[in-house]
Design a protein around this ligand. Structure first.
Ligand code: GAL
Length: 437
């Protein structure tokens, strides 16, 4: 049976959360509205972490995780995105960090996990060039406030996630659509990830700096030329768009003519030096692979996903295919970039329909199997010499799962959103046992 000690004693084990998904107090204590408050208005009190962070950090401790990854809400510190600072917000994250340190938990701080101040969205959000100055102001503020206590920093959470879902497909906040919005947002986010790294490097001594990428192995449905090319386009978009400019390789325009066209019309896309930064670690977040086939009716990408369910493959309640071999393959794909020195898995996890037994237990055996199989694949990579230094499970407790609301539960700890009662699931106990051995 796999155990944490198989990964060596320096391997870092953590559990991840994000401000907008757990904090609640969305319009309290001086916080300004974020795009998620305006877009969905549904997060409400979420997990009430704002008031229960001490108990929740104690849960991290109880489960045996030495590391806690959480994010700072930009509109809680800067209600309008720039300018006036909300001192209560500043104080809150001091308290969260201090509590981690008091309980001997290593804080990993994410600077942007999707809760853009709504005031900035009114000016175009990530599509506007002005976003970069605003983001840099926020990063500088965080560095000066928390830099003497926090060593480990993550600049962006999944830039492909928030630019595609929020600015192209309109499924996530701010609900914008279209290719032009998307590519503008991409470029500004690509600048932000590198600028953010530079600011933390300059302002925080001995900082360990990373940023995260979503990634999915892209598998062609058949070996036909059209399916192979469709898979290549999706891979370019989902896996290469942000990491390659960061590595100094520029945008992967050669492999997708539409990207090349956009690059030609936007001369700043050629300015690669501002897009590069030498991160100490790259965070990878993986949940599922994608099987795709050519489809002429899909605008722009002309590709379509063939769902796991339709292929009769194992999948989570989200419909996402469970495939630890693909987890292995996609990490290998990223590890092959010479510029990546060190990888961490900064998110991985699964939503299954949990059932609470009458004696208040949650026997989430499918989630345990998911973690076990993915960790086995990870160990294989590590033993093959891939430089992976840590793993963070998604997520501590059931929370506000973006467009899915409170329906999709990914937690190791169950949350009753009415009473805020927390119940450790069997998967939480499984991790506790795994980490102790
Ligand atoms: C990630 C995101 C997390 C969480 C997770 C599960 O893309 O960073 O905030 O929602 O997916 O869907």
């Amino acid at each position: 049976m796999i155990k944490a000690s198989d990964f060596g004693k320096n391997f870092l084990w953590g559990v991840a959360v994000a401000a907008a998904q757990i904090e609640g107090a969305a319009d309290l204590y001086g916080k300004g509205p974020s795009i998620w408050d305006t877009f969905s208005k549904k997060a409400g009190n979420a997990c009430n972490f704002y008031h229960s962070f001490k108990e929740d950090i104690a849960l991290v401790k109880l489960l045996g995780f030495p590391l806690f990854r959480f994010s700072i809400s930009w509109p809680r510190l800067l209600p309008k995105g720039t300018g006036t600072v909300n001192e209560e917000g500043i104080r809150f994250y001091h308290e969260v960090i201090d509590e981690c340190l008091r309980q001997d938990i290593l804080p990993y701080v994410t600077l942007y996990h999707w809760d853009l101040p709504d005031a900035l969205e009114q000016e175009g959000g990530w599509t506007s060039f002005g976003i970069n100055n605003a983001f840099n102001e926020f990063v500088t503020l965080c560095a000066s406030e928390y830099g003497d206590k926090v060593t480990n920093w993550i600049i962006l959470n999944e830039p492909f996630g928030f630019t595609s879902l929020g600015y192209m497909l309109g499924i996530h906040a701010p609900g914008k659509t279209g290719v032009t919005n998307f590519f503008s947002a991409v470029h500004h986010a690509a600048i932000a990830q590198a600028d953010g790294g530079r600011i933390i490097r300059a302002e925080v001594g001995r900082a360990n700096i990373g940023t995260t990428f979503s990634c999915s192995e892209v598998i062609p449905y058949t070996q036909s030329d059209s399916d192979l090319l469709a898979a290549k386009r999706i891979d370019t978009l989902m896996n290469r768009l942000f990491v390659e400019p960061l590595m100094g390789m520029g945008y992967p325009t050669a492999d997708w003519e539409l990207l090349e066209k956009f690059a030609i019309s936007h001369s700043t896309w050629r300015h690669t030096s501002r897009l590069t930064f030498d991160f100490d670690f790259i965070g990878l977040q993986n949940y599922f692979p994608l099987t795709v086939k050519y489809n002429a009716f899909v605008p722009v990408i002309q590709a379509w996903e063939v769902k796991a369910k339709n292929r009769k493959k194992p999948h989570t309640a989200m419909g996402w295919e469970v495939n630890p071999n693909s987890f292995y393959n996609i990490i290998k794909q990223f590890a092959a970039y010479p510029g990546i020195k060190n990888l961490m898995i900064t998110e991985n996890g699964a939503y299954y329909k949990d059932i609470i037994s009458t004696d208040k237990h949650i026997h989430d055996t499918e989630r345990i199997a998911y973690f076990e199989s993915h960790l086995t694949a990870l160990l294989k990579l590590k033993n093959e010499g891939i430089n992976i230094s840590g793993y963070m499970a998604w997520t501590l407790m059931d929370n506000f799962e973006w467009a899915e609301g409170f329906q999709a539960r990914f937690g190791l700890v169950h949350n009753n959103f009415k009473t805020q009662e927390r119940i450790i699931k069997d998967s939480g106990y499984w991790f506790k046992d795994f980490l102790a051995r």
